[in-house]
Design a protein around this ligand. Structure first.
Ligand code: HEC
Ligand code: HEC
Length: 276
């Protein structure tokens, strides 16, 4: 009898603990859903994150973000990931403290926006930023590729890190003089293969990236037409060395496949325990 009632008290205490934990988590979420923040978060997401995570957060070269967050304080988990990046992947660090471009208030707005999605993705998607029109560029002699096509590709894929004018942001300054004898070959190789141990991904299809050789030629031509500007110190954050297995586009694929396998396993176990 005494044992039974002690068990009951223990059960009630556990229940109370679970309920207050849930309440805490819900309060953390509800407290933060402010429309102005959501709007700012949506705009910042379209400008900085959609290139890798997809406009609707479903993942492109970055992870899918439209999901439930398995953490007691998902807000802290998401905001610290945005602020610090993920070393060894090409998720950059965005906070000013870590050499990135975003303030703490902006990171908080992004966090609130992402956590407002749940599994269904955003209810509100801001339009992609429209790049300022550029004057027409004349293709360089002896360089394959069309800089005008390259400019469009640059705005879509590279400006997020290298800045709209290529002056550097979380990526290096590209608006500079190139010392190689054949700078076109150097630049093309860098774009195709990425820079190991940095946030610069490999873009060529041969390396599992999304861009064709013709598109990389266009980008190379565009980078070479950027004027040489001395920006002084470069705002490049140096990440921890990449794990060779989990780096680059192949690593992202491995992670996505692993993620899907885990989910499938969990669903399988659930339906088995229901059946029995
Ligand atoms: C250059 C591509 C790229 C950009 C730009 C980028 N991310 Fe990421 N992000 C990634 C990759 C890749 C991962 C997964 C890394 C890993 O887990 O190995 C990731 C992971 C994350 C995660 C963690 C996901 C999880 O399941 O824990 C969050 C949160 C996140 N990104 C938010 C953002 C936000 C917000 C922005 C814009 C400010 C942004 N990312 C911009 C590539 C990018
Ligand atoms: C996630 C951020 C990110 C994105 C997106 C990105 N880059 Fe980079 N890129 C970097 C970083 C960081 C470096 C510097 C790497 C190093 O040397 O440590 C770099 C370096 C480079 C370099 C070599 C610069 C030098 O001084 O040698 C070129 C060229 C380049 N990027 C072109 C591109 C092009 C073209 C695209 C779009 C297809 C692109 N990058 C997209 C982050 C990025």
């Amino acid at each position: 009898m005494a044992f039974k009632s002690r068990l009951r008290i223990l059960g009630l205490a556990l229940l109370a603990a679970v309920i207050s934990l849930l309440g805490w988590r819900l309060a953390a979420l509800a407290q933060t859903a402010d429309p102005a923040q959501i709007e700012l978060g949506a705009r910042l997401f379209a400008e900085n994150c959609a290139v890798c995570h997809g406009a609707d957060g479903q993942g492109r070269v970055g992870a899918t973000l439209a999901k439930d967050w398995p953490a007691i304080r998902p807000d802290l988990r998401v905001s610290s990931t945005i602020a610090n990046g993920i070393p060894g992947s090409f998720m950059p660090a965005w906070s000013i403290d870590k050499g990135g471009p975003l303030t703490n208030a902006e990171i908080e707005a992004l966090t609130v926006y992402i956590l407002s999605w749940g599994n269904n993705g955003p209810a509100f998607v801001a339009p992609a930023p429209t790049a300022a029109p550029r004057p027409a560029m004349t293709p360089l002699p002896n360089v394959e590729g069309d800089p005008n096509q390259g400019a469009i590709l640059f705005d879509q894929n590279c400006a997020v890190c290298h800045g709209a004018d290529g002056l550097g942001r979380v990526g290096a300054n590209l608006s500079r003089t190139w010392s190689a004898i054949r700078p076109d070959l150097t630049i093309k190789a860098t774009i195709s293969n990425g820079v190991a141990g940095s946030f610069m991904p490999a873009w060529s299809q041969a390396n599992g990236g999304p861009l064709s050789e013709a598109q990389i030629n266009d980008l190379t031509a565009f980078v070479l037409t950027l004027p040489a500007v001395d920006t002084g110190a470069q705002p490049v954050a140096t990440p921890a060395p990449a794990n060779p297995f989990f780096s680059g586009w192949g690593g992202v694929l491995v992670l996505i496949v692993a993620f899907v396998l885990v989910i499938a396993l969990a669903l399988g176990l659930q339906s088995r325990s229901r059946a029995s």
